[in-house]
Each structure stands twice: as C-alpha cells, then as structure tokens.
Design a protein around this ligand. Sequence first.
Ligand code: SAM
Length: 377
Amino acid sequence: MKYIFQLGNHPNLSRAEIEHVFLTLGLMISDLTIKKTYALVTTDSTLDIETIMNRLGGTLAIAEAVAKVEDTVQTVADYLDAHVTDKIFFSLHADNAKKLGIEVKKELKSRGRSVRYIEAGNTATILHNNLIKRKGDLILIDGTLFVTRAIQPIEAFGERDFGRPSRDSKSGMLPPKLAQIMINLSGAGDNDVLLDPFCGSGTILMEASLMGFKHIIGADLSEQAISDTRKNIDWLANTNTQSAIRNPGNIALHTKDVRHLTEKSIKTKVNAIVTEPFMGKPIKGTEPRHEIEMQARDLASLYTASFETFKKIIVPGGSIVFIIPQFMIKDEWITVNCLNSITNLGFTQTELLPGKKSLLYHRKNQHVGRMIYRFEA
Ligand SMILES: C[S@@+](CC[C@H](N)C(=O)[O-])C[C@H]1O[C@@H](n2cnc3c(N)ncnc32)[C@H](O)[C@@H]1O
C-alpha cells in the first residue's frame, strides 16, 4: 500500500514523528522516500488513515494511492468519473497542475459530467470545499495518482492553542502540534506514566490526555502555572468541542521545583518524561553576548540537575524528550552545553532520524530555537 504524508513546516520533525508513531503502533514501513514536501510511504498493511491522522502533530494531510498513471488526463478523469456520483469538484497538485486541471475538466465535460476545477491551495482550501468527502483533492507524483483521505484537524488545534482559558505568553507556551510531536517521539504508549516536570500552562499534559494517556503527571515550580494547568485541563474535559477529552485519565499536579521531585512525592516511577523546560528570560536578540552566555550557563546547570532527578524517578529504558533552547545573537546561535553532563549521568542519546540526534524547531524571526533531543535511561 502506498501513501503520501504531507509534511508540516519542520519536515524533519514530521518525518521523525511518522517513523516513531509507526514503531509505537507496530506498523511496518517498507519504504519511505521524501519528495518535495511529501513523505511517500509504502506499507505492508492497509492503514487506518483517520486514526493515524489524529495522532500526528506534524503531518498536514494523508493521501492514498488509487491508480498508476498511464495517460495523465485519462487516469484522473477515469478516477473521478468512476468514484464521484454527484457533481465533480476537484483540485490537482502536480507539475503544470492548472493546465492539467483544465484538460481533465474538458474531458469530463465531454463525458457529460458536471464538473468544477478548484485551484489547489492549502489544507484550508480542502476543508472549505469539502474535498475529502468529495474525493476531489488529487496528487500526481511518482507516476501515481493519490487521493487525500484526511487532513489535520487544524481548527481543533487552534482552539486548544488560543481558546483555552489560561495562556502564559510570558513564560512561553508550546504550540499544541509540537507538544504532540514530542509525545510521539518519546515512543510511550497510553498505559505508560508520563511526566512533564516544567508543565507551565499544561500544553503537553492536555495533548497527552487527548491522545488517551491514562497516567499523567505535571509539575511546576510556580503555583500560578499549576493553577493555569488545572483550569486548562478542566476546560478540555468540559468543553463540547472537537477538543473534548473523551476519557479523562488520571492527571496529578504538583507545585514543586524539578530538583525536589522524588518517587515518593509523585508516588510512582515514570516511563516517559516529555518537557519544554524553563528557557531563561525571553530575549530580543539585542542583548550583549556575555549576558546570554551567562544565561546559557545557568540553564546548563538547571538541566543537569533536572536529569539528576530524572535518573531517580524514571524506569530503566524509559525515554526523555527534552528541549534544549539556543539563542540567536547577531546571526549566531549561543548554545546551552549540557549534553556531556547528561550522558555522564548514564543517559543515552538516541537518533530521531538516521544520523540525526537532534532536530531544530525554529520559526523565522524568533530569537530562540528549540533543539529537540531524545534520551533513554
Ligand atoms: C517554558 S515554560 C513551559 C511551558 C509549557 N511547555 C507550556 O506549553 O505551557 C517553563 C516553566 O518552567 C517553570 N520552572 C522554572 N524553573 C523551574 C524549576 N526549577 N522547577 C520546575 N519548574 C520550573 C516555570 O514556572 C515555567 O512555567
């Protein structure tokens, strides 16, 4: 079976997420090739596309191969003619898409079909024109015709990002999509105990809860953060929107410095730690270099101390997905150097993609980059 996964703004992270989710779900990928913004994935078994789509933060859409292309116009017209009973609405993603689209439209009209060609845009265009239900969003690549079967629930993500009652823009919040990607990279299953020891307003905990995790622990130094998290989780449990948690599991919250967390205080060992730690004071990019270097040294000590705690509370073989920030000052990254002390504590850095032990999440014009790492205890 052949599928296309349309990758998000950070294609390497999206790809790493797909590979980790397949592994977690016990699904085999026999081939994965990157072409343009797509991952072409060949599998031995048929995928439950809807379920996989809901699971992925970094994939914008999933399409399924439906025909080998012989004569392009005929193949596309044959597909639509055979599979769409009402008026045909379609868009095409291909080289020369517009010219092809017009030719396909002509061909379908000559067959007596009522048809409308829609210029391919982003996932919002697909949503707006109801193209999934209409089987009309088509992709031609690699000599194959694909039909988009599912798109990312962008509205629900937006709702969780901007509609939740408590947002802490001062300490910063993870985009919910990135939170989901990080949880997936941990490889944890929904029966595992998952901890975010710098939970802030609870983005990772909310996403874990939606993904079906039943044992979730959040901790933060700040009482305000814990109260914000509680409000957000309650909102998620009580909201009647797409974002509602269907089976709210057990979410325990603790107001505690990461350095003082113990197995006794959280009443369990954990299988996975997924976190965006404290990243220092927000920076403008105009600060003197030495000031940011000092911040980086302070953070290195905090992160090392955090891993000393993790060592005591994680099960052997447990995974840690951790962001180490880096700061852009005059077009140069200043990094937080703590990898050696983390590995000296006995943690192993694992590859996120072949040959890549870390992946950067960074938006243009931001002065902080989030480098994502995965460790095993
Ligand atoms: C970058 S924010 C995390 C934001 C979170 N990922 C979210 O999306 O809401 C970092 C958090 O670390 C907390 N923090 C700072 N120092 C800490 C410490 N030593 N132990 C535990 N939490 C700490 C801050 O209160 C803040 O809420």
